[in-house]
Design a protein around this ligand. Structure first.
Ligand code: SF4
Length: 258
């Protein structure tokens, strides 16, 4: 998406309230903006703040076909109680790797491919066919080491803007907000889960470490992300792209003068 200098926006909003970031997005970008949520604790906080500002904002939920029933029930409860505009998307074909000839499920055989097929590709397809150019999500820096260096405003490799209004919120702050506002939360948190993805135990178990809430995700492998956030362009690369653009402009100017 052209026209926004994300380095400037990151500076401008570095100390801003989450509500101010959302209001800016709605004023400048909506209706070309939407949110992605899996209805975990941070997502509920962001949804709560968004619904006060733009109650009809489309909220996309990726149904992998492997969600806990509690996740789907909780999603439906919030749709009903908060009147959310939730759109569920999912893979085009039935779950891969579950046919009779191929009994071992894909999440066991190749979890990266499984996530790509059931999560990343559905979102990619949606992005291709929709006019949405700015995507809000509840990603936070303290969730894992991969996210530590992420910013509030980032580009993805397609040039869309990804906006993370809760980027500098801590886990404690999320839960303080939930308790203070008496918000509903996913029922599996009360059963010891600290991050909730798909139900196979290869993908989600109860939190292994309080300090690392995502430690229960893919607990027996090196995998830490499903891939939805792996196409974000880091600031150094942004700066590099900016440099290139400045150089291009300069050389165009010089050509005109010659
Ligand atoms: S989290 Fe597990 S089941 Fe869900 S898409 Fe990824 S590998 Fe497949």
């Amino acid at each position: 998406m052209k026209g926004y200098d994300l380095t400037k926006l990151n500076m401008q909003f570095r100390h801003a309230r989450c509500e101010d970031v959302i209001s800016w997005v709605m004023e400048k970008i909506y209706p070309d903006a939407a949110m992605i949520s899996s209805f975990q604790a941070s997502g509920v906080v962001l949804l709560d703040l968004v619904r006060d500002i733009q109650p009809d904002l489309p909220v996309f939920f990726i149904d992998t076909g492997y969600h806990f029933p509690e996740t789907l029930e909780f999603r439906d409860r919030l749709i009903h109680e908060w009147k959310l505009n939730v759109v569920t998307i999912g893979p085009e074909t039935k779950k891969k790797g579950t046919s009779k000839e191929n009994k071992e499920p894909l999440y066991k055989k190749d979890p990266d491919l499984c996530c790509r097929t059931h999560k990343v590709e559905p979102l990619k397809r949606l992005k291709k066919r929709s006019q949405i150019t700015a995507w809000l999500s509840a990603l936070r820096r303290d969730q894992n080491s991969n996210r530590e260096s992420m910013n509030m405003f980032m580009h993805d490799q397609k040039g869309h803007i990804r906006i993370h209004p809760l980027i500098h919120w801590s886990r404690n702050k999320i839960w303080q907000h939930i308790y203070a506002k008496r918000l509903p939360f996913h029922p599996l948190y009360d059963q010891g889960y600290t991050s909730i993805g798909c139900f196979p135990p290869e993908c989600t178990t109860r939190g292994v470490s309080e300090k690392r809430p995502r430690s229960g995700r893919w607990p027996d492998s090196d995998k830490t992300e499903c891939g939805l956030h792996l196409d974000l362009v880091k600031e150094e690369e942004e700066a590099w792209v900016q440099q290139l653009k400045t150089r291009e402009k300069k050389s165009e100017k010089t050509k005109k003068q010659v």
